[in-house]
Design a protein around this ligand. Structure first.
Ligand code: CP
Ligand code: NVA
Length: 307
């Protein structure tokens, strides 16, 4: 059966570990495997802006011996003009996989139902699972074994990054905390799914409204923009509501002394994080951005190898 990667729990703990192991191998031997030799084409579709995702998929597909076909919705028939399932039927006869950055998670689900080739979520309103593979790879490089670590995400708990942290960390056996205003907490259904996974992996999910309590003793502190793509109309409200969740040097001091700081980028310095933290010694954001390449190559190689 075709495997898709639409959310972080579309892989088991064993599969997540295997993908991260492969990413580590590919990072050491960048051109060592060519599962897309032919070359086969991978379609990478963008309904929203991107720098890291666009570059890392284009470079990664080429590294794997394939041909990246980057499509902007603005000049394609997708996006109101043609359904996701019709697009999928057209693409599957010509490409090895479909990577899609879009708004509604339901669009990705429709695309996946309609096609025989793997569909990969390159960010939706609800999840950013490719970023989480890169983040977990980065944390593993700096801290070793993931299971048992404590990771705190602060800010917009309903965002794609927060919700992917909740799921991916549960899969990895990490204790994940999310600090946000109560009405911006992760979706109940996502937390329930993560709780069920964490019960098997030894991880846990705890929601906070108090940023100070949430970072106490954390191994990793993470934040993301307060104004995700598609939420621009709510900017003024969000800057007010999330103000107390800014990651500052004082807040970092409450986590473990060697705690890592991660941010998927792009960042708004002076809003969700101070320049002192994001550009300081605990920040591993450049490793994190580079690891998009290695993690996604591993994901593509792994998913194309599934029956
Ligand atoms: N982190 C991330 O997905 O960045 P882009 O929006 O630049 O792709
Ligand atoms: N939460 C952000 C992530 C950008 C990579 C957004 O959706 O805009």
């Amino acid at each position: 059966m075709t495997r898709h990667f639409l959310r972080d729990d579309d892989v088991t703990p064993e599969e997540q570990r295997a993908i991260l192991d492969l990413a580590e191998t590919l990072k050491k031997d960048r051109f060592g495997t060519k599962p897309l030799a032919g070359p086969q084409t991978v379609a990478v579709i963008f309904d929203k802006s991107s720098t890291r995702t666009r570059v890392s998929f284009a470079v990664g597909i080429a590294d794997l011996g394939g041909n990246p076909l980057i499509i902007s919705t603005a000049n394609s028939q997708l996006g109101g003009k043609e359904t996701a399932s019709d697009t999928a039927r057209v693409l599957e006869r010509q490409v090895a996989a479909i990577v899609w950055r879009t708004y509604a998670q339901s669009g990705l689900e429709e695309m996946a139902r309609g096609t025989t080739v793997p569909v990969i979520n390159a960010l939706s309103d609800d999840f950013h699972p490719c970023q989480l593979l890169a983040d977990l790879l980065t944390i593993r490089e700096h801290r070793g074994e993931l299971a048992g670590l404590t990771v705190t995400f602060l800010g917009d708990g309903r965002s794609n990054m927060a919700q992917s942290y909740v799921l991916a960390c549960a899969v990895a056996g990490i204790h994940v905390r999310v600090a946000s205003p109560a009405d911006y907490a992760p979706d109940d259904a996502v937390v329930a799914d993560a709780d069920a996974i964490a019960a098997r992996t030894g991880g846990s999910v705890v929601l906070f409204t108090d940023p100070i309590e949430s970072v106490a003793g954390a191994d990793v502190v993470v934040t993301d923009t307060w104004v995700s793509m598609g939420k621009e109309d709510e900017k003024a409200e969000r800057l007010t509501r999330f103000g107390q969740y800014q990651v500052t040097t004082e807040l970092m001091a409450l986590a473990k002394p060697d705690a890592l700081f991660l941010h998927c980028l792009p960042a708004d310095r002076g809003f969700e994080v101070t320049a002192e933290v994001i550009d300081g010694p605990q920040s591993v954001i450049w490793d994190e951005a580079e690891n998009r390449l290695h993690a996604q190559k591993a994901l593509m190689a792994w998913i194309l190898d599934q029956d």
